[in-house]
Design a protein around this ligand. Structure first.
Ligand SMILES: Nc1ncnc2c1ncn2[C@@H]1O[C@H](COP(=O)(O)OP(=O)(O)O)[C@@H](O)[C@H]1O
Ligand SMILES: Cc1ncc(COP(=O)(O)OP(=O)(O)O)c(N)n1
Length: 282
């Protein structure tokens, strides 16, 4: 028997709340072996980002090629890619070399407001990465930026934007409603899935609002849990059951949010507790 292997292609967050550190912790919590290709170093803590040191695109490609020469990956996720060159390098390798279902978290801005991607890279995500993506997981501002529309203000807007984003190429889209959670009084994400016959199904995933400011890394944790869940489909080549995997991943994140205040890491927006679900902590 061999392990289910998930890959993250993302930036480093030394505080451990987001980026590759969050992804690897989440993979481990889902009993999935984790590999990581690093796209950028950030100087970051729970209060914000003070610097970004990008990895050259050719070296991102070299990391991927070298890994895939040796290791079979059953599902992958992308997080912070940073520049158009890195986006194109990742797309070039992943379109030639199968890594199972691909989850794209189109990371653009940290909770602290710091920009993690430039405008050319957003265009590259839209035109090159989304066509090879199996599940796209934008938050409210990211969905609006990808579609060139105003930010969603209600669940109907989340639904319309999830369906509209399917036209850019992904097999499924989960528009996350975390930025509306306080206004709505609960956290509602909307999943749109393209069916084999071309029809679209829409699913609402709802959870009670967790009253915490310790939300650093929520998006990374959710997309990593989704990639970990998709490794099972990746071992057989079956299509992932995205509605079921979204519910599982949201349970992982909800436990992480409920346990976050007990971590006491840093003095800003602290990290979610990536392993809480696996430990049975609530
Ligand atoms: N306070 C909260 N309570 C419960 N769920 C939340 C809360 N904040 C965010 N979430 C959930 O965390 C996930 C990521 O949230 P969101 O803030 O939308 O994305 P990002 O972290 O990428 O900015 C979504 O599933 C969202 O519904
Ligand atoms: C290196 C790195 N990657 C991604 C993020 C953003 O992560 P996210 O999960 O969206 O969490 P918040 O920034 O919203 O807390 C990051 N900060 N750093």
């Amino acid at each position: 028997m061999s392990a289910r292997v998930a890959l993250t292609v993302a930036g480093s967050d030394p505080s451990g709340g987001a980026g590759i550190q969050a992804d690897l912790a989440t993979f481990a919590g889902r009993t999935t072996y984790g590999c990581a290709v690093v796209t950028a170093l950030t100087a970051q803590n729970t209060r914000g980002v003070t610097g970004v040191h990008p990895v050259p695109a050719a070296f991102v490609a070299q990391q991927l090629e070298t890994l895939l020469d040796d290791v079979t990956v059953h599902a992958a996720k992308t997080g912070m890619l940073g520049s158009a060159d890195v986006v194109h390098a990742v797309v070039d390798v992943l379109s030639r070399r199968p890594v199972g279902p691909l989850v794209v978290d189109p990371v653009m801005v940290a909770t602290s407001g710091d920009q993690l991607i430039d405008d050319d890279a957003v265009d590259a995500v839209r035109t090159a990465l989304l066509p090879i993506c199996d599940l796209l997981t934008p938050n409210v501002p990211e969905a609006a930026r990808l579609l060139h529309v105003e930010q969603a203000r209600a669940v109907d807007d989340l639904r319309d934007q999830a369906v509209a984003l399917l036209d850019l190429g992904p097999g499924a889209v989960l528009v996350k409603g975390g930025h509306l959670a306080h206004a709505l009084g609960e956290s509602t994400d909307v999943l749109a899935v393209r069916g084999p016959g071309g029809g679209t199904s829409v699913h609402l995933s709802r959870r009670p609002l967790v009253a915490t400011s310790n939300t650093h890394g929520t998006g990374c944790t959710l997309s990593a849990a989704l990639a970990a869940g998709a490794t099972t489909a990746g071992t057989t080549g079956a299509a992932p059951d995205w509605p079921a995997l979204v519910e599982e991943a949201r349970d992982v994140l909800q436990a992480g949010l409920l346990h976050a205040d007990r971590l006491g890491v840093g003095s800003g927006n602290g990290p979610v507790s990536h392993g809480a679900y696996a430990w049975g902590e609530l």
